[in-house]
Write a protein that binds this ligand. Structure first.
Ligand code: PGA
Length: 247
């Protein structure tokens, strides 16, 4: 019912030339088994988008205002002008290093949805929070905050990425059981806010040290509809291995 969605998050990697070369090589190889995509640095978006026929191309961030005195920022209109329809919001690295808060993630989510783009909204607990056993509380609160005042009709197309911070770039993957439990809990939270029908349509990804060989089993979990993939999305052969693993 929910088509899987796998998106590579390139973070601050790849020049424009490298991005274009990757897309030329990988784009013809992605299959109908899922929605496949990559989130590229801003500078690579336009040429990546022009090159991609199958892959969706996402931005890694956007500002919550239309325009104005926000030095260094990029607006939704600027993304739309080059055909970008997808944006990652609230990645833990943005929260940790760039002052992103639940409030800014909420403002960005509303901005992106009201302009017709689709956000991939990231939530997830830190290692301290995981060890303190408060994952559920943290992730429910992040989800509640991110989608405050969002209209139910927009909510259906939202993608949520559950990324435990302790699993990002560390090689420590959450077990499929942990990932499933938290993703089910996120869906329950969406259901409490927007009703079961909407919750059944929202796609929920897991992210954090996802490897090609683990992808199929991960996606067999009933509430996991995809993956947000950092390191393993950077090399062409590793990306293609994910496509092949899913079959
Ligand atoms: P990773 O990154 O796959 O390298 O752990 C995931 C992410 O940050 O989205």
């Amino acid at each position: 019912m929910r088509k899987p969605i796998i998106v590579g998050n390139w973070k601050m990697n790849k020049t424009i030339a490298e991005a274009v070369a990757f897309i030329r090589a990988v784009d013809p190889k992605v299959s109908e088994s899922a929605t496949w995509g990559v989130a590229t640095p801003y500078l690579a978006l336009e040429k990546s988008k022009a090159e991609a026929k199958n892959l969706i191309i996402a931005a890694e961030n956007v500002h919550f205002k239309d325009s104005g005195a926000y030095t260094g920022e990029v607006s939704v209109e600027m993304l739309k002008e080059i055909g970008i329809e997808w944006v990652i919001l609230g990645h833990s690295e943005r929260r940790q290093y760039f002052g992103e808060t639940d409030e800014t993630v909420n403002a960005k989510t509303i901005q992106v949805l009201s302009h017709g783009l689709t956000p991939i909204v990231c939530v997830g607990e830190t290692l301290d929070q995981f060890e303190a056993g408060i994952t559920e509380n943290v992730v429910r609160e992040q989800t509640k905050a991110a989608f405050k005042d969002v209209h139910a009709s927009c909510m259906e197309r939202v993608v949520i990425a559950y990324e435990p911070v302790w699993a990002i770039g560390t090689g420590k993957t959450a077990t499929n059981e942990i990932a499933q439990n938290v993703c089910a809990m996120i869906r329950d939270q969406v259901s409490q806010m927007f009703g079961q029908e909407v919750a059944d349509k929202v796609r929920i990804q897991y992210g954090g040290s996802v490897k090609p060989e683990g992808l199929k089993a991960l996606l067999e979990q009933p509430d996991i509809d995809g993956a947000l993939v950092g390191g393993a999305s950077l090399k062409e052969d590793s990306y293609v291995a994910m496509v092949e693993n899913l079959g």
